[in-house]
Design a protein around this ligand. Structure first.
Ligand code: GLN
Length: 537
């Protein structure tokens, strides 16, 4: 290899949702805190080219990177843990792999060969894995294979990393396999058989895991660990317990206790070095675990049945809560259940209200009612993307007296299109990857609440939308008490709106939630929670 980047491959067995993303992020955090530069890549076995076209009910939130990639929500965890930006290269799907291979075939680049899963698809997978390592020169790349081993979809990935192991050489890769040790309440026993079977599947595919991380609800005693070590051909010290934690942010410390970082560094023949510097992390945890007060924030959205649909917003509120030394209780409220008659009852006990991003008409009227309630009751309000657009529609209807004001996304023929399709979106017909995506600059006007929150005039925030504030109405809004406090300096697109006469009312066309991390809580969320806290007294 032309570089000496080392690779850790993380697979999962027994069931999905065991927390591979959090284990990967925790390991990365520990290695980073020992001075290594680390990144994490997620390989997703589904055939969508990216999750941008997926309904949030499928795999939860679509996370957006600085460079405008629509990605799996695990990348959000990676950024929140590591405080380092990820890119398009950090998330690869089967759809993207096949798309490259098929495009190459159409260009005739396979020179008449039959194109096959092995070697062509596996070669493309390997190329994508190595790309992350070579381009950015990380010491360690942690590649997480989505899904569960044994799934038909995962096979090419498992085969690709099996091949890579030999190409990389013995001390340049390590395999971590995450499984479940279920507890049978009836017999009071922890069961290792599913883990044994899962490792057997790995062995059938030619991979011997180096480390087994066992997810469990109860502590694993040494006999259980010995049994797993014996049946699964790993050292006793490489059997790691991953017990349910009260917060995902505690997991790096649990992994530190289990010496996961040291075992991996030894396997990769890398110096163990100093004790990890986790001071800021522990400070955050300290504040998180010792809140001085509690605030209630209503999160009004339409995908609330699945908490993962708004995971970055939820995590941003946790970060902001810790900074403000209060516990944020986020109450998910289904926007379809809100109407004029019940809105005060539903939102009355909230100290703050967030109206969530979203697409399409379903649930929008409930969101608009929620905005009206927040505006009229002086409850701190944060509108994100569609939430900001709802705030604009509400203001147009109830303050400017345009009762039919709307976004053309909802009613194309509205007489007052206060939110309208962006000019450069007008000719676009395909859905995938065609929104306004990724980081754009925004200039904040001094003296505004937004400026107070950010304490600077130039910011960069991430976007994911097609519609925008219609600037033809800007003057009228301003004259009536809603101002644009942040604009894109090149295009004049409205990025932030606010109502200066309200205690805290801000709508943002971008997604601040994608940029909040443990060591860098987002200033907008921090200021919002501060205002919410004030609203409890
Ligand atoms: N549907 C809106 C748009 O496309 C808002 C998108 C969002 O909330 N992410 O502009």
């Amino acid at each position: 290899m032309p570089h000496n980047t080392k690779y850790v491959f993380v697979t999962g067995g027994v069931t999905s949702s065991l927390g591979k993303g959090i284990i990967s992020a925790s390991l990365a955090k520990l290695l980073q805190s020992r001075g290594y530069s680390v990144t994490i890549q997620k390989l997703d076995p589904y055939i969508n080219v990216d999750p941008g076209t997926l309904n949030p009910y499928e795999h939860g939130e679509c996370y957006v990177t600085e460079d405008g990639a629509e990605t799996d929500l695990d990348l959000g965890h990676y950024e929140r843990f590591l405080n380092v930006h990820t890119t398009q290269a950090n998330n690869v799907t089967t759809g993207r792999i096949y798309q490259s291979v098929i495009n190459k075939e159409r260009r005739g680049e396979y020179l008449g060969k039959t194109v096959q899963v092995i070697p062509h698809i596996t070669d493309e997978i390997k190329r994508r894995i190595k790309l992350v390592g070579t381009r950015n020169k990380f010491d360690v790349v942690i590649t997480e294979i989505g899904g569960t081993v044994g799934d038909i979809e995962s096979l090419p990935y498992v085969e690709a990393v099996r091949q890579l192991k030999y190409e990389l050489g013995p001390t340049n890769s390590a395999f971590v396999h995450l499984t479940l040790v279920p507890y049978l309440a009836a017999s009071g026993e922890l069961k290792t058989k599913p883990t044994q079977h899962s490792v057997k599947v790995m062995l059938e595919n030619g991979i011997q895991p180096d480390v087994l991380v066992l997810r469990t609800e109860h502590e694993l005693n040494v006999d259980i660990r010995k049994k797993v070590a014996l049946f699964c051909n790993v050292n006793l010290e490489s059997v790691i317990e991953s017990i349910d934690a009260s917060t995902i942010y505690h997991v790096p410390l649990l992994m530190l206790k289990e010496r996961l970082d040291i075992i991996i560094l030894k396997k990769l023949n890398l110096p163990i070095g100093n004790e990890p510097d986790l001071k800021p992390w522990k400070q955050f945890l300290g504040k998180l675990k010792d809140p001085k007060s509690v605030v209630k924030i209503g999160l009004v959205g339409k995908y609330v049945e699945l908490p993962d649909a708004y995971i970055s917003i939820m995590e941003s509120l946790i970060h902001a809560g810790a900074t403000n030394q209060c516990r944020v209780e986020t109450v998910s409220i289904h926007s379809e259940t809100i109407n004029r008659e019940n809105v005060a009852k539903i939102l009355g006990e909230m100290n703050g209200i967030i109206v969530a991003p979203g697409f399409g008409r379903r649930g929008v009227e409930g969101k608009i009612e929620a905005v009206k309630y927040a505006r009229e009751s002086n409850t701190p309000f944060l509108g994100i993307c569609l939430g900001m657009q709802c705030a604009v529609i509400e203001f147009a209807r109830n303050v400017l007296n345009f009762p039919d004001a709307n976004s053309t996304e909802m009613v194309r023929s509205t007489k007052h299109p206060v939110i309208d399709l962006m000019e450069d979106q007008k000719g676009i017909t395909t859905k995938g990857g065609t929104m306004r995506l990724g980081a754009y600059p925004c200039e904040i006007e001094k003296g505004t609440r937004a400026f107070e929150a950010y304490n600077k005039t130039t910011i960069q925030e991430r976007h994911r939308h097609r519609y925008e504030f219609n600037n033809e109405y800007l003057e009228e809004f301003k004259m009536n008490g809603m101002i644009a406090s942040g604009l894109n300096p090149e295009t004049d697109l409205v990025e932030i709106i606010e109502i200066p006469s309200h205690p805290w009312f801000i709508g943002v066309q971008f997604h601040p939630e994608y940029k909040s991390t443990v060591v860098n809580p987002h200033p907008l969320f921090v200021d919002f929670v501060k205002a919410v806290k004030k609203n409890t007294t």
